[in-house]
Design a protein around this ligand. Sequence first.
Ligand code: 5GP
Length: 130
Amino acid sequence: MSSIFTKIINGEIPCYKIAEDEDNFAFLDINPNAKGHTLCIPKKEVDKIMDLDEVSYMKLMAFSRKVGKAIEAAVPCNRVGMSIIGLEVPHVHVHMIPLQSMKNATFQHKETLTQEEFEKTAMEIRGFLK
Ligand code: 5GP
């Protein structure tokens, strides 16, 4: 069965899309630690980051960096943090999180955004992608 993230890539489940290339896809996390919290995923469905082949891993990191720079430009924050966990969804994903403080990195504090806020945030981040 396809992962929930493969369904998002295939358009079977809606998302606030940020970016896509041949191998990777980025969209806003639906339950964000902070406004602008984005997930970068390989299109290839692999559960654990350590099982991703090296070329795909490097491409995912380069893609995440590009997305992270756009987030940093679009969302007021001290810096963008990267985190790889994967305990909830068995499809590799890099959390790109705008950080004001450690609170935003803990996954204990969540922010509620309206649909309009999600759309506006996604649009603003997309606007800084080269
Ligand atoms: P992890 O697997 O690293 O613990 O976290 C999975 C992340 O995926 C969580 O932050 C969660 O909010 C996010 N997530 C789970 N299901 C969906 C979904 O259907 N859409 C989006 N946009 N994010 C999701």
